[in-house]
Write a protein that binds this ligand. Structure first.
Ligand code: C2E
Ligand code: MG
Ligand code: MG
Ligand code: MG
Length: 288
C-alpha cells in the first residue's frame, strides 16, 4: 500500500472521498424521508433544583424511531448531517415540536420550561431569528420565556461576535440561551463576557468523577465561581447518582440533570414522573 504510486494513492483517496460523500448524501436523504414519515421523536430529561427540591424544566433530546434499525440516538445520525441543509430543517422540526409539547403540557396543567439543542450551522442560518419568530407566532399561547436554546460552548467559540449577535436578536423575542458542555470549549474570559447566555451547563465529563477526582471537583468549582461572578445560572449535567448531589450543593451548584435523577423519557411519561418525584433527603441535608 505504502509503495503505491502517487497517482494510485490519489485515485484511492478520491474513491474514499466519493464514497464518504455518497454515504453522507444517503444519510441526509434518509433523514429527510424519516422526517416526512414522522419517525422522529423528542425524549425529555427533567432538570431539577436539588436545594429547593423542584423540577425546573426538561431538555428535549431527539430520537429516531427507525423502521428497521429501531430507536436511534442522535450520535448515530446528527454528525452526518451537520452542515447539510437537513440539519436546519430537522432543527426547525425540533423547535416546533418542543413548542407544541409545552402547549400540550400546559393544557394538562403543567407549566414546564423546555430546552432544545441547536446545532452550530443551524444557529448561523442568516434567518435563524426569523425562523424562531415564525415558530413562536405559530404557537401564540406558548410564552417565549418557556423556551431555552442550548448551544455548544465549542460552537459558540467558532465565531463569538456572530453568535453573540444571534443570541441578542433572539433574546428580544423572550427566548433564553445556555452554553452546553461548558468547560470543553476553552472559552476565554473575554469571549465568555461577550456571550449573553444566561446559563452554563457543566459538561458531564467533569461531573462524572467528582466523588473520586479532586481536580474535576476543582474544575466544577471554578465554573460555578465564573457563573456567579458574571451572574449566570449554572447546572450540572450527567449527574449519575444521588451521591453526586452533595458535593455540587457544597460548591453552590444547585441545579442538575442526569441518569441519577431520571433518564430521558417520552413526553407522556413526564407529568407522572414530576407528580411522583421528591428530592432525596440527603440533598436537603447538604443544603442546610
Ligand atoms: P447534550 O445536549 O449534552 O445532552 C446530554 C446527553 O447526555 C444526552 O445524550 C443524554 O441522554 C445524556 N445523559 C443524560 N444524563 C446522563 C448521565 O447521567 N450520564 C451520561 N453518561 N449521559 C447522560 P443524547 O440524548 O444521546 O444526546 C447526545 C447529544 O446529541 C446531546 O448532548 C446534544 O449535543 C445532541 N442532541 C440531542 N438532541 C438534539 C437535537 O434535537 N438537536 C441537536 N442539534 N442536537 C441534539
Ligand atoms: Mg444539551
Ligand atoms: Mg451537554
Ligand atoms: Mg454532550
Amino acid at each position: 500500500m505504502a509503495k503505491q504510486s502517487g497517482r494510485n494513492r490519489f485515485a484511492l483517496f478520491d474513491t474514499e472521498l466519493e464514497q464518504r460523500m455518497r454515504t453522507l448524501h444517503q444519510i441526509a436523504a434518509s433523514v429527510e424521508k424519516g422526517l416526512a414519515d414522522g419517525e422522529f421523536r423528542l425524549f425529555y430529561q427533567p432538570k431539577v433544583n436539588m436545594r429547593l427540591g423542584t423540577v425546573i424544566g426538561a431538555e428535549a433530546l431527539i430520537r429516531w424511531q427507525h423502521p428497521e434499525e429501531g430507536l436511534l440516538l442522535p450520535a448515530s445520525f446528527l454528525p452526518y448531517i451537520e452542515g447539510n441543509p437537513m440539519a436546519s430543517r430537522l432543527g426547525q422540526w425540533v423547535l416546533g415540536e418542543a413548542l407544541s409539547q409545552i402547549r400540550q403540557w400546559a393544557t394538562q396543567g403543567l407549566q414546564l420550561s423546555v430546552s432544545v439543542n441547536i446545532s452550530s450551522h443551524h444557529l448561523q442560518d442568516a434567518d435563524f431569528t426569523e425562523q424562531l419568530a415564525n415558530l413562536l407566532d405559530a404557537h401564540p399561547d406558548v410564552p417565549a420565556e418557556r423556551l431555552e436554546i442550548e448551544i455548544l460552548e465549542t460552537s459558540a467559540m467558532e465565531d463569538v461576535e456572530k453568535t453573540a449577535r444571534i443570541i441578542r436578536a433572539s433574546s428580544v423575542l423572550g427566548v433564553s440561551f445556555a452554553l452546553d458542555d461548558f468547560g470543553t470549549g476553552n472559552a476565554s474570559l473575554t469571549d465568555f463576557r461577550r456571550l449573553p447566555a444566561q446559563t452554563l451547563k457543566i459538561d458531564k465529563s467533569f461531573v462524572r468523577d467528582i466523588l473520586e477526582d479532586p481536580e474535576d471537583l476543582a474544575i466544577v468549582k471554578s465554573i460555578v465561581a465564573l457563573a456567579n461572578s458574571f451572574e449566570r445560572q449554572v447546572i450540572a449535567e450527567g449527574l449519575e447518582s444521588i451521591a453526586h448531589g452533595a458535593p455540587l450543593l457544597g460548591l453552590g451548584c444547585d441545579c442538575a440533570q442526569g441518569y441519577g435523577i431520571a433518564h430521558p423519557m417520552p413526553a407522556d411519561a413526564i407529568p407522572p414522573w414530576i407528580a411522583n418525584w421528591t428530592a432525596p433527603a440527603e440533598w436537603l441535608q447538604a443544603s442546610r
